[in-house]
Design a protein around this ligand. Structure first.
Ligand code: HQG
Length: 179
């Protein structure tokens, strides 16, 4: 099992399914590091130094330790309702959301919804949106009028790894990017 595969498994545990290895997260999304290592090591090799390497080398900086490294959590992307103490922040005038062509009809009918996650994920650059969209097939990019949304009272958050998040984006603030 590669570090990358182990990292994917950790992401599943810390965002969606801690019960898969018999652990729980606290209300702020923290898991006990010793419990996480013990739980994962039932099926694959892992120790503290591997975990530290995964956290520090993750290309999207998906995870954080607490100060004394006894706790670990995912910075964003959860489906389970935890409060990771996101920073509320004024967004730029526009943000981007990448999706797959297969979702366009539904998005054009009801706007962006978080589906299984807690928030809709947005980025400040089109390139990232394009990569996110590619995960779902042919990528389509929506421009989100985030400045206008913010003026109208919608809240935006930035995770510690730089992902913009909001609860939902109504249709009137969405524009499909034509290429
Ligand atoms: C779509 C990855 C139908 C939405 C990425 C998306 C991201 C709708 C899909 C992070 C819809 C949900 C999140 C509607 C939205 N009707 N479909 N009304 N509204 N959708 O994976 O944004 O590598 O839950 O467009 O890089 O793709 O895991 O969200 O296509 O940052 O760290 O429903 O996950 O990060 O898919 O990705 P997802 P996402 P990690």
């Amino acid at each position: 099992m590669s570090l990358k595969e182990t990292s994917k498994f950790i992401s599943l545990i810390l965002r969606h399914k801690p019960e898969a290895i018999g652990i729980t997260l606290d209300e702020h999304g923290w898991a006990n590091v010793n419990e996480l290592i013990a739980g994962i090591s039932k099926t694959q090799p892992i120790d503290m130094s591997m975990l530290e390497q995964i956290v520090s080398e993750d290309e999207k900086q998906r995870y954080s330790f607490n100060e004394d490294k006894t706790l670990i959590r995912a910075n964003q992307g959860h489906s389970i309702p935890v409060d990771v103490e996101l920073e509320e922040k004024e967004p730029p005038e526009v943000l981007y959301h990448g999706t797959g062509e297969k979702f366009v009809a539904s998005i054009d009918a009801q706007g962006l919804i978080p589906k299984s996650r807690l928030y809709v994920h947005l980025s400040s650059d089109k390139d990232t949106a394009n990569k996110v969209g590619q995960r779902h097939g042919k990528p389509i990019i929506y421009v989100v009028k985030s400045g206008k949304m913010y003026c109208d009272g919608y809240k935006f958050y930035m995770s510690v790894n730089g992902v913009w998040l909001t609860k939902a984006v109504p249709l009137s603030y969405l524009e499909k990017q034509e290429d």
